[in-house]
Write a protein that binds this ligand. Structure first.
Ligand code: G1P
Ligand code: ZN
Length: 544
C-alpha cells in the first residue's frame, strides 16, 4: 500500500459549530483543507485500527470528491472497513442507523444540512460516534484543537472507487463496501410503525399525501418507502431526485423555503397530508390541508399519541426538547407522569439522555424530531409517525392538532430569524442583553411582568458536563417567554434567532394567527434588545 504523508499548515477556522464544520464550498476546496480536518478527526480518536467507519452525504456539490479523499485517508490511517452509501448518498438518520446496526466505530456525514449547495453554496462535514450520534463537545473540541496544530495527513495513492456499484472492493488493506443507502433504514422503520395500516391508508384512494424531498437526500428513501413499500401512488413524492445544487433551492423544510409543497397543500381540494425534509433528511415539516403544524406542536402530538404506534406502545421513558422549543410537550409529560428534559440547542445534547434510557422522544423547534431508534433527528421517521397516527385515528391533521389544544391548551409559538446580519452589532446585541439581564426581573412591559431572565446554562444529568451561554431567556409571570440566541450553523455574518411563546388555555382563543397572538411579545422583544436599531433590519428574513 502506497501511503503518503503530506505536510500541511494548520487552518485557524476549523471550529465545528452546532452541527459539524460548515463552510462555503470554495473554502473546502482550498488545498489540504478537507484533508486537515479529516486527519484532525482521526487524530482525536483512539482505537479505530481495523474498525468500521460509515460514510455518506446528502449528495450536494463536492460530496463525491470528498468521499474519494476520505476513503483514501481512512485506508491510510488504518480503518478496516468503510461502509459507504451508494452514489455517496446516505441521509443523516440512515448513517446513524447503519453505525448502530453494524456496530461501526463511527461515521462521517458530508452535509451542510439545510444550507444551499452548489459551487458557491455550502459544504459540511461532521463526525458521529459509535452510538450513532453527533460527536459530543469534548470530541469536537479535541478535533478543533488538533486542527490548530496539525502538521500533516496520511493518504494512500489509489484510483477512485466506483461509488455507484454495490459491493466490496479493497483499498490497500481496507475493505470498501458500497451499500444500499436505504435498506437498513427501511427495515428499522418497518420495525417501528404499522406498515400495513399506513399502506392501507396511502393506497386507499381516499387519502392523498404529498412528500417534498426538496431535491435532497431523502428522494431515494421516500420513493422506496412511501411509494414502493407503502404503495402511495406515483407522484406522492415531489422533487425526489437528489441534485448537487438542490435545484437551486434552499433545502430547508419551512413555510418559506418549501414553497412548492405549501402551495399544493393550501390549494382548494389539496392533499390531506403534506411533509418535507431537508438537505440531509433529518428535519421535517408537517402540514395538513391548509394547516401548518409547528414543530413544537408536532413533538407534543407525537408524544401524546405514541401509544397508538407499535414501536412506542409500551410507553415513553421520558421526553426532551431544546430550550427554545415550546413547552407544549412539557404539558404532555406532566399529564403522563414522565420526565421532560430541557437541553441546549443542537441534537448532540440528547445523546446522553437517549443512551441512558431517560428519554424516548426528543425534539427541537427547528423542524427536528426523533426517538431512541437512532441518535439523530429523523425527518422521514416523523412523517411515518404522523401517517401511523392518521391511519389509526382516521381524523384530519387539523382535527388531531385542535383536539390536542383542547386537551392541553395551545402554546402559541413563532421563531423570527434575522439572517446574515453583521457580526459586530449582533454580538453587541447579545452583550447588551447579558448586561441587562439581572435588572429585568420584576420589570413590567404592558401587561407582562418579567419573572426571570438568564443566559441558559445546562448541566448534563448523565456526565455532569456544563454548557454555558446557550441563549438569553426572558420568562414572564404568565408563562410566556422570549428567547434570543445567535445561530451556530450559519456561514455568512451572524443570524439572530428570536423565539416567542405564549400559553393560551382557553379553546375559545385557539384560532388566532400566531403573529397576532404574539404581537405584544414581539414588540417587547424589540424594545428590550433593540433588534431593529442594531441589525438595521425592519423585519425578520424568515418567520416560522
Ligand atoms: C440550527 C437549529 C438547531 C439545530 C441545528 C442543526 O442551529 O436552530 O435547533 O439543531 O440547526 O440542524 P442554529 O443555527 O440555531 O445554531
Ligand atoms: Zn439537516
Amino acid at each position: 500500500m502506497n501511503i503518503h504523508s503530506i505536510s500541511t499548515q494548520p487552518f485557524t477556522d476549523q471550529k465545528p459549530g452546532t452541527s459539524g464544520l460548515r463552510k462555503q464550498v470554495p473554502v473546502f476546496q482550498q488545498r489540504h483543507y478537507l484533508e486537515n480536518f479529516v486527519q484532525s478527526i482521526f487524530d482525536s480518536l483512539e482505537g479505530y485500527q481495523g474498525q468500521t467507519l460509515v460514510l455518506g452525504g446528502d449528495g450536494r456539490y463536492y460530496n463525491r470528491q470528498a468521499i474519494q479523499i476520505i476513503l483514501k485517508m481512512a485506508a491510510a490511517n488504518g480503518f478496516g472497513r468503510v461502509l459507504v452509501g451508494q452514489g455517496g448518498i446516505m441521509s443523516t438518520p440512515a448513517v446513524s442507523c447503519v453505525i448502530r446496526k453494524h456496530q461501526a466505530f463511527g461515521g462521517i456525514i458530508l452535509s451542510a444540512s439545510h444550507n444551499p449547495g452548489g459551487p458557491e453554496g455550502d459544504f459540511g462535514i461532521k463526525y458521529n460516534i459509535s452510538n450513532g450520534g453527533p460527536a459530543p463537545e469534548k470530541v469536537t473540541s479535541a478535533i478543533y484543537d488538533r486542527s490548530k496544530a496539525i502538521e500533516g495527513y496520511k493518504i494512500i495513492e489509489a484510483a477512485d472507487r466506483d461509488l455507484d456499484k454495490l459491493g466490496s472492493s479493497q483499498l490497500g488493506t481496507m475493505t470498501v463496501e458500497v451499500i444500499d443507502s436505504v435498506a437498513d433504514y427501511a427495515q428499522l422503520m418497518e420495525s417501528l410503525f404499522d406498515f400495513d395500516r399506513i399502506s392501507e391508508l396511502l393506497s386507499s384512494g381516499k387519502f392523498r399525501a404529498c412528500m417534498d424531498s426538496m431535491h435532497a437526500v431523502t428522494g431515494p428513501y421516500t420513493h422506496a418507502i412511501l411509494q414502493q413499500r407503502l404503495r402511495a401512488p406515483a407522484g406522492t413524492v415531489i422533487n425526489g431526485t437528489p441534485l448537487e445544487d438542490f435545484g437551486g433551492g434552499h433545502p430547508d423544510p419551512n413555510l418559506v423555503y418549501a414553497r412548492d409543497l405549501v402551495e399544493i397543500l393550501y390549494k382548494e381540494n389539496g392533499p390531506d397530508f403534506g411533509a418535507a425534509s431537508d438537505g440531509d433528511g433529518d428535519r421535517n415539516m408537517i402540514l395538513g390541508r391548509k394547516f401548518f403544524v409547528t414543530p413544537s406542536d408536532s413533538l407534543a402530538v407525537l408524544a401524546a399519541n405514541a401509544k397508538l404506534v407499535p414501536g412506542y406502545s409500551a410507553g415513553l421513558a421520558g421526553v426532551a426538547r431544546s430550550m427554545p422549543t415550546s413547552q407544549a410537550v412539557d404539558r404532555v409529560a406532566a399529564q403522563i407522569g414522565i420526565d421532560c428534559y430541557e437541553t441546549p440547542t443542537g441534537w448532540k445534547f440528547f445523546g446522553n439522555l437517549l443512551d441512558a434510557g431517560k428519554a424516548t422522544l426528543c425534539g427541537e423547534e427547528s423542524f427536528g424530531t426523533s426517538s431512541n431508534h437512532v441518535r439523530e433527528k429523523d425527518g422521514l421517521w416523523a412523517v411515518l409517525f404522523w401517517l401511523n397516527i392518521l391511519a389509526v385515528k382516521q381524523q384530519s391533521v387539523e382535527q388531531i392538532v385542535k383536539e390536542f389544544w383542547q386537551t392541553y391548551g395551545r402554546n402559541y409559538y413563532s421563531r423570527h430569524d434575522y439572517e446574515g446580519v453583521e457580526t459586530d452589532p449582533a454580538n453587541t446585541l447579545m452583550a447588551n442583553l447579558r448586561s441587562k439581564m439581572s435588572d429585568l426581573k420584576g420589570q413590567k412591559f404592558g401587561e407582562y411582568e418579567v419573572e426571570y431572565s438568564d443566559d441558559f446554562s445546562y448541566t448534563d444529568p448523565i456526565d455532569g458536563s456544563i454548557s454555558q451561554k446557550q441563549g438569553i431567556r426572558i420568562g414572564f409571570t404568565d408563562g410566556s417567554r422570549i428567547v434570543y440566541r445567535l445561530s451556530g450553523t450559519g456561514t455568512k455574518g451572524a443570524t439572530l434567532r428570536l423565539y416567542l411563546e405564549s400559553y393560551e388555555p382557553d379553546s375559545a382563543n385557539h384560532d388566532k394567527d400566531p403573529q397576532q397572538a404574539l404581537a405584544s411579545l414581539i414588540t417587547i422583544a424589540d424594545e428590550v434588545a433593540q433588534i431593529r436599531t442594531l441589525t438595521g433590519r425592519d423585519k425578520p428574513t424568515v418567520i416560522t
